[in-house]
Design a protein around this ligand. Structure first.
Ligand code: GLP
Length: 244
């Protein structure tokens, strides 16, 4: 795995946006796996800037988001779909038919999850998968546990993740406790993976992902088994890597 330590959040975001832009220029129909959360916001803002300056064309780009909350429709302001509209999709020339999202209000999650996997495969697989990381080392919504989920699945969120996500909701009781998430296998089948992490609150998870045992108890550690993965970190998130 590769590790790039950036001097701050903005530099990390611009470097990753630069790689995404370069990948889109090289492969106009790039299949891009996308995360939500605070971490990728400035990277998305940089992509929007590059588009507005006329330096980037998303007309053939195809996206697959990592996850969605169960119970929230695509127009719910707290849905990840709304987050993506606000932070990226509404500001670029991506075709709506090229945007893929797990359906949080499906009537049959088993079928929905399989259909999501099929649509990724039909598109030829994900070329570049971007990730954030949870404080407990989760990727997408693959929480720490005794086993690895291969494909997109309906998952239960841990207390820690529910608490971490409460900041986006008006009241804690509104925070969903289940979600639909790409599986670890879905993520690992991407040709290339970039994980971004910034801030002190991610330092421990980053340290364990990079230096600890490779285990489903720290899902991001499994990324070390991938042949092309790079962690982009700011100084705070990388601060425990040198420590014994
Ligand atoms: C959520 C998302 C993850 C994201 C993580 C970290 O749980 N499902 O994809 O990486 O939170 O979020 P943040 O970037 O806000 O710290």
């Amino acid at each position: 795995m590769n590790i790039v330590i950036c001097k701050n959040y903005l530099e990390m975001s611009c470097q990753v946006a630069g790689i995404v832009a370069e990948s889109i220029r090289e492969h106009v129909d790039l299949k891009l796996g996308l995360p939500t959360g605070e971490t990728p916001k400035a990277m998305y803002a940089e992509l929007v800037k590059l588009f507005r300056e006329g330096n980037l064309d998303f007309s053939e780009t195809v996206t697959f988001n990592l996850d969605e909350y169960v119970g929230l429709s695509s127009v719910d302001p707290n849905s990840f779909r709304c987050f993506m509209n606000e932070n990226l999709f509404d500001h670029i020339n991506i075709r709506s038919s090229n945007i893929h999202f797990p359906d949080g209000i499906s009537e049959c999650f088993e079928d929905e999850c399989q259909a999501y996997e099929d649509s990724i495969q039909k598109a030829g697989g994900i070329g570049l998968q971007l990730l954030g990381i949870g404080r407990n080392g989760h990727i997408g919504f693959n929480e720490p546990g005794d086993f690895i989920r291969d494909i997109t699945s309906k998952v239960n969120l841990t207390e820690d993740t529910i608490n971490a996500n409460a900041r986006f909701f008006k009241t804690p009781s509104e925070v969903p406790s289940t979600a639909v998430s790409m599986g670890i296998g879905t993520i690992m089948r991407a040709k290339s993976i970039i994980l971004m992490a910034n801030g002190d609150s991610k330092a421990q998870a980053v340290k364990e992902a990079v230096k600890g045992p490779i285990t489903p108890h720290l899902p991001a550690s499994l990324l070390r088994l991938h042949p092309d993965v790079t962690f982009f970190l700011d100084r705070e998130a990388s601060s425990l890597l040198e420590a014994k």
